[in-house]
Ligand binder design. Structure first.
Ligand SMILES: NC(=O)C1=CN([C@@H]2O[C@H](COP(=O)(O)OP(=O)(O)OC[C@H]3O[C@@H](n4cnc5c(N)ncnc54)[C@H](OP(=O)(O)O)[C@@H]3O)[C@@H](O)[C@H]2O)C=CC1
Ligand SMILES: CC(=O)[C@@H](O)[C@H](O)COP(=O)(O)O
Ligand SMILES: [Mn+2]
Length: 396
């Protein structure tokens, strides 16, 4: 029985994870649930799953949750950074699902890695901000990091077993691998008129053709910043050189990514677009469990198609690839700027096309700094947020 802590329990990945646990009750126990401020959702989850701990980052939300839980409930409600650290590093915690959205997920995820836990990584922003430190820390602590993000999980499944055990420091060339082919759907605006993009609404941008996800990642898919963040994520997980990583647009999201070998073989992982597959894979690795996912029906799929990304339609993808080459300062700044720009777009404060402009202007301001610790990274993240907000003020 694995005791699981779910960071981001009230979100889309949180819900899929709890669904996989429900399908496999003898294998997993819900030990801790973590969210920010969604009291009603957390209350329902506590009543259903009876975790040992329910942690709310928002203190006010913790007080409300405590007041609403029945007195005989087994769940202890906690709040505060120390309690969150205690939960992810608790000797009873076996596995941490890292599914808080954005930079807010970095500290608890990193703490779990430092404590040598089995970490199922959905929170790609944590790696974008701290990739080198994150993977080095995992190696030093003995933590097992397993990629939940559908593409990275697919790549992982297509790699030789030996390489799977060397995440962060594997040498792909030594295993006959020539390229990693990172697939992306192209999002809801793949075929839209370029002149129409500036007027796209948050509802249109969140309307992903294949996946049902939280708002931030949905907007990132529409700008293809998601693929850019995933490019950086892949760079750290699979220790890739620039020329080993290619982005391929595949609108059906049936192939979730591929690994191309020197001898001409290409190994792909496929399945219906349902995050319960990669989540279940990580939860049970190296075994396989039921995920509750419909088997892929090739006769229904019919056709698979592919094309090259167009940077004039998706400037955010190009910015992320550029930042990846520049280094950790650039990827941290770009991630922070993007979080601010996406939030402003979702609130109707900027246009869809402004997201790339804010990101570009923040990336242009990047200076060389020393990022030796998580504290250094968080400080740079904070500065970049201030810059992004001031760039937004100059728009319109
Ligand atoms: N959804 C998907 O299919 C995929 C998601 N991912 C990645 O997984 C992560 C989660 O995505 P998704 O589930 O879609 O996001 P959602 O928006 O659906 O959920 C976000 C979760 O994070 C919590 N949260 C937000 N801010 C904070 C904070 N400051 N402190 C603590 N918790 C916080 C939310 O709590 P509350 O409800 O209280 O606000 C909620 O539980 C992202 O990094 C995303 O890129 C990767 C691949 C696929
Ligand atoms: C499900 C998942 O992993 C998302 O990151 C997904 O990849 C988003 O779709 P795009 O390929 O459109 O970015
Ligand atoms: Mn993905």
């Amino acid at each position: 029985m694995q005791n699981m802590v779910i960071l981001g329990a009230t979100g889309s990945i949180g819900a899929s994870t709890l669904n996989v646990i429900e399908s496999n009750p003898s294998e997993f126990n819900v030990y801790g649930l973590v969210a920010n401020a969604s009291v009603d959702k957390m209350l329902a989850l506590c009543l259903q799953h009876q975790p040992q701990y329910a942690h709310m980052v928002d203190e006010h939300a913790a007080v409300q949750l405590k007041a609403q839980l029945p007195v005989d409930c087994v769940t202890e409600v906690t709040t505060g950074a120390q309690a969150l650290n205690a939960l992810v590093t608790d000797s009873c915690t076996d596995t941490v699902m890292a599914a808080i959205v954005g930079a807010a997920g970095l500290v608890p995820t990193f703490d779990a890695v430092k404590a040598g836990k089995r970490v199922l990584l959905a929170n790609k922003e944590a790696l974008v901000m701290s990739g080198e430190l994150f993977m080095n820390t995992a190696k030093a602590s003995g933590a097992t990091v397993l990629p939940v993000d559908s593409e990275h999980n697919a790549i992982f499944q297509c790699l030789p077993t030996q390489v799977q055990g060397q995440l962060g420091y594997c040498n792909l060339g030594q295993h006959g691998i020539s390229h990693i082919l990172l697939t992306g759907s192209g999002g809801p605006f793949l075929h839209s008129d370029l002149s129409a993009l500036s007027a796209m609404t948050p509802a249109q941008a969140c309307n992903h053709p294949n996946w049902s996800m939280g708002p931030k990642i949905s907007i990132d898919s529409a700008t293809m910043m998601n693929k850019g963040l995933e490019f950086i994520e892949a760079r750290w997980l699979f220790n890739t050189q620039k020329e080993q990583l290619k982005v391929v647009i595949h609108p059906q999201s049936v192939i979730h990514s591929m690994v191309q070998y020197r001898d001409g073989s290409v190994i792909a992982q496929m399945g219906n677009p349902d995050m319960r597959t990669p989540i279940a894979h990580c939860m049970s690795y190296p075994q396989r469990i039921h995920a509750g996912v419909e088997p892929l029906d090739f006769f229904k799929v019919g056709q698979l198609s592919f094309c090259e990304p167009d940077f004039s339609r998706f400037p955010c993808l190009q910015l992320a690839m550029q930042a990846c080459e520049q280094g950790q300062e650039a990827t941290t700044v770009l991630n922070a700027a993007n979080e601010i720009a996406v939030d402003a777009f979702l609130k109707g404060q900027v246009r869809f096309t402004d997201i790339a402009d804010v990101n570009r202007r923040c990336l242009d301001s990047v200076q060389q700094t020393r990022l030796a610790s998580i504290e250094d990274i968080l400080q740079l993240d904070e500065q970049a947020r201030v810059t992004a907000k001031s760039v937004i003020k100059t728009l319109n």
